[in-house]
Design a protein around this ligand. Structure first.
Ligand code: HPA
Length: 272
């Protein structure tokens, strides 16, 4: 496993011009986030040794390198999901590779269903915490001592300074930024009304099929994590409205420019 990671990292290192500071994972319909970059290279996942392939609509499967405000970034355009048949460890392989390449920050974006009735579709939510209900954990197996300890602390998985910084930038930019707890499930089926009630009851504000495992691996690897989701639909158990991937993609696309603007402002003023 560790050797696979270092081989993938070595392959990428030869194709990028400088050591990346920030790793980014963009989600469904959120490509604008990488359009804000000055791109200097891109590598399809299938060319990278040991990299899993991206199989879902709306996920390109390209690793893009470039800069925002002169800060070097490595962005995954398209992520991997457990529902594609991968394990939690496999979908987080790219996070290990990013950490090996020198990334210090991981910015994670995704589409999510809103559980907090005060949210509206198209709004953004900053993650303050998460609940992992994906039924697994990417750290199961022999601990990769090269990255972190057997039992990583998760009391501040989402970096407190980055949270405060993101809130400040959102105010400066006039962007409505909710905050809350994200619950990760595997999908691909969407939630029943009873599951939705359960997820709200256990303390979640938004639900989605990604993010939590990536964050666990990032924290284990010592990266500082910032995660923001686009709320694409609102799930209220007593009046569940159906949702479709088309609706999720369209609403995420609407939210994408303000997310890109917010991340750009954060990156511009981020200390190295
Ligand atoms: N549930 C789970 N994942 C999602 C949803 C949802 O309602 N919307 C976007 N991703």
């Amino acid at each position: 496993m560790y050797q696979d990671i270092t081989e993938a990292a070595a392959f990428i290192r030869q194709r990028i011009t400088r050591e990346p500071l920030i790793g980014m994972i963009t989600g469904t319909g959120l490509a604008d986030v990488t359009h804000a970059m000055e791109v200097d290279g891109s590598i399809p996942y299938e060319q990278i040794p040991h990299f899993p392939e991206s199989t879902v609509a709306g996920h390109a499967g390209i690793l893009v390198s470039g800069t925002i405000a002169g800060k070097p970034i490595l962005a995954m355009q398209g992520r991997l999901h457990i529902y594609e048949g991968y394990t939690a460890t496999e979908i987080t392989f790219p996070v290990r590779v990013m950490a090996t390449l020198g990334v210090k920050y991981l910015f994670v974006c995704s589409a999510a269903g809103g559980l907090n009735p005060e949210f509206a579709p198209g709004e953004l939510m900053l993650l303050t915490d998460h609940i992992n209900l994906t039924g697994g954990n990417p750290l199961i197996g022999r601990n990769l001592e090269e990255f972190g300890p057997r039992f990583p602390d998760m009391t501040s998985a989402y970096d407190k300074d980055l949270i405060a910084f993101a809130k400040q930038k959102a105010i400066e930019e006039g962007i409505n930024l909710n905050q809350g707890v994200y619950v990760g499930i595997t999908g691909p089926s969407l939630e029943t009304p009873a599951e939705t009630r359960f997820l709200r009851t256990i303390g979640a504000d938004a639900v989605g099929m990604s993010t939590v495992n990536e964050v666990i691996v990032a924290v284990h690897s010592g990266l500082k994590v910032l995660a923001i989701v686009a709320i694409t639909n609102i799930n209220i158990p007593d009046r569940m409205a159906g949702t479709s991937i088309e609706q999720v993609i369209a609403t995420a696309r609407n939210a994408s420019p303000s997310l890109a603007r917010l991340l750009t402002r954060i990156i511009e003023d981020l200390e190295r």
